[in-house]
Structure formats: structure tokens, C-alpha cells
Design a protein around this ligand. Structure first.
Ligand code: SF4
Length: 252
């Protein structure tokens, strides 16, 4: 009798997070896939690392300021990997028509605002610029006070799909400092492990054409429209191994 191949397999591993070793399990596709198929795995893993950091922090009776309904940081420029850009374009595509139209309008309004401010070209070039210039440009972008197109009533309307950068943003300071982008006063919780560099690296690896692997989220819909980008396929286990090697700095 032919047995059906499992569509997902489980990868069990120990992760060193600060002083603790945490046993984790992730589901990965049991087939040759594009790296995009692994995005839900990376999102869940990020959430586990973030939850661990929150537990550690709150166990000593300290509190984190980030709460549902606080969109104080959501006018800051958000970098997304090209894998996430592709995913977000699909998320928008699947929205009901009226909601989709609203979100697309917000993207267009913000794009028109950065164009009018003469920032469009340099913001598109952001991944190629040195860090100091990126910070300076990020501040110019922020001065335009453009809410993220996904922000609705101070809440994230794509919470389950939000980028890793948003998932990893945790502060203990007054939300007003996030709203003012007051770098000196924003107190971030430094995660014991960030998966953002690993997803950017995997974005680069997954594309046959050369790319920096990330962009400002504001450009994701236009970028996805202008595809096709040629992407590689590998077994889910291999994508996951190279992702975790990048994240932990160890051969896996
Ligand atoms: S995606 Fe969601 S969490 Fe991230 S900036 Fe936009 S509204 Fe905020």
C-alpha cells in the first residue's frame, strides 16, 4: 500500500537564548519549495523568541510598554525582506475589495508624499547606502508623519502577517518616545536572537538575480507588481538549515 508523504515535517532543536537553552520545534515543508513557503515557520519562531524575552523581562516585575491598540511606532520606516514583501503583496491581494482599495490608496498617498518631498529615489536606494545615511534618511521619512498603510485605529490590521521587524520591536519606554522617534529615550528590549538578518540573507539566497534582500515596506506592492523575479527551489529542510545557520552563526 502506498503511504501518503507528510506535507510538513518537524524540526526539533535547542536554541541558546542568553543564559537559557530553550527546546523548540518548528514545522517545515517536506518538499522542494520556494523559501516563501517557510515564512510562516520563521514568523512563529520569531514569536517564540519574542515571548521568551517578554517572560524573562516580566519575571523580574518589569513591564513592557507595547500593547494591543498602541500604534505609536507605526509611522517609523519599516524595512522588510523581499520574502516578506512578496508575502505582504499577497496579503493585500487577498483582502476584500473595499479594504484592498483603502490599503492601496494609503500606499499610493504615502508614495506620493515621499515623491513630493524628493525622497523617493533615495529611499529606494536605502539598502545600498551606508548606515549613517540610512538613519538620516529614515528621519527625513519620519518627519513626513506617514502612518503605516496597515495601521487602522492605532492597531495593526495585518497582525498575523506583520513583518519580523515589527514582531521584534519591543520597548519599555513611554510610547510617546516611539511616536516622536526620540532615539535617546526609546528603550528597546534587546532580543537574545534576532531573525531579521537571517530572513534578509535567505531572501538574497532565494533569488537568482542579485538583490540586497530588503526594502522599505512602502515599496512592497510596487516591487511585487514589477516582478517576475526568478527564485530557487530547495527542500524545506535545507532552507530551514541555512536559515538557522545564519541566525545562530553555527553550521547546522
Ligand atoms: S505592519 Fe503593523 S505593526 Fe508593522 S508598522 Fe504597520 S501597522 Fe505597525
Amino acid at each position: 500500500m502506498k503511504t501518503k508523504k507528510k506535507s510538513m515535517i518537524s524540526a526539533d532543536f535547542d536554541l541558546k537564548l542568553g543564559e537559557n537553552v530553550v527546546s523548540l520545534s518548528s514545522s517545515v515543508p517536506n518538499a522542494r519549495v520556494t523559501a516563501l513557503a517557510l515564512l510562516p515557520t520563521y514568523q512563529i519562531l520569531t514569536d517564540k523568541i519574542v515571548s521568551h524575552a517578554i517572560e524573562q523581562y516580566e519575571s523580574s516585575e518589569r513591564t513592557i510598554s507595547c500593547k494591543a491598540g498602541c500604534g505609536a511606532c507605526c509611522a517609523q520606516p519599516v524595512p522588510v525582506s523581499t520574502l516578506e514583501a512578496e508575502h505582504l503583496a499577497k496579503v493585500v491581494q487577498k483582502m476584500p475589495i473595499s479594504k484592498q482599495a483603502k490599503v492601496r490608496d494609503k500606499f499610493s498617498e504615502s508614495l506620493a508624499a515621499i515623491k513630493a518631498a524628493g525622497l523617493e529615489k533615495s529611499l529606494k536606494e536605502l539598502p545600498n547606502l551606508p548606515p549613517e545615511q540610512r538613519i538620516a534618511l529614515g528621519k527625513q521619512y519620519f518627519s513626513l508623519k506617514l502612518d503605516c498603510p496597515f495601521l487602522e485605529n492605532q492597531s495593526c490590521s495585518i497582525y498575523q502577517d506583520r513583518p519580523l521587524e515589527c514582531r521584534e520591536y519591543l520597548v519599555t519606554s513611554d510610547p510617546q518616545h516611539c511616536a516622536d522617534l526620540n532615539d535617546k529615550e526609546i528603550k528597546h528590549i534587546k532580543l537574545q536572537m534576532s531573525l531579521v538578518p537571517a530572513i534578509v540573507k535567505q531572501s538574497q539566497e532565494s533569488q537568482i538575480t542579485q538583490s540586497k534582500g530588503w526594502m522599505l515596506m512602502l515599496f512592497c506592492l510596487d516591487w511585487a507588481k514589477k516582478k517576475p523575479i526568478k527564485v530557487r527551489k530547495k527542500h524545506g529542510k535545507l532552507w530551514f538549515q541555512s536559515f538557522m545557520s545564519e541566525a545562530t552563526g553555527r553550521d547546522i
